[in-house]
Design a protein around this ligand. Sequence first.
Ligand SMILES: NC(=O)c1ccc[n+]([C@@H]2O[C@H](COP(=O)([O-])OP(=O)(O)OC[C@H]3O[C@@H](n4cnc5c(N)ncnc54)[C@H](OP(=O)(O)O)[C@@H]3O)[C@@H](O)[C@H]2O)c1
Length: 114
Amino acid sequence: MNDIEWQRPDLRPHIKRISAAAGWRWRQRFSPRGALRRRVAGQVVLITGASSGIGAGLSHRLARAGATVLLVARSIEKLQDTVDDIQADGGRAHAYRCDLADLDSCDRLCEQVL
Ligand SMILES: NC(=O)c1ccc[n+]([C@@H]2O[C@H](COP(=O)([O-])OP(=O)(O)OC[C@H]3O[C@@H](n4cnc5c(N)ncnc54)[C@H](OP(=O)(O)O)[C@@H]3O)[C@@H](O)[C@H]2O)c1
């Protein structure tokens, strides 16, 4: 005897996610800056590897879009340079030293950030 009860799946969360993704793509296509601003303005974003390369570039873009960026890497001096640049540009940024390969260091980062 088959006692498995069939239940109607709840599709609402999926529909909500798909429509949010479609809205994001549409806005990104026609107003990329506005789309990013709408997504991150007023949010706090933690960026690892923020002292150079992709992380540093991302930090500038998110700060310009209105996010408060928390920059993480091992070299605090390089991070501080990025923080200074972002603040000079009118953005909000804070630097945190952390070696992500060291779990104790990650725990300390979480405590500091929280
Ligand atoms: N550049 C590209 O075209 C490209 C393309 C595809 C994928 N990627 C990947 O994207 C990532 C970033 O690339 P990138 O070019 O921006 O590299 P990058 O300029 O060398 O930047 C790496 C960042 O990670 C930090 N970092 C490294 N080890 C760390 C650790 N143990 N704890 C905390 N922070 C650490 C570095 O700062 P500290 O040394 O001060 O800690 C630095 O801020 C890499 O994984 C790379 O393989 C890059």
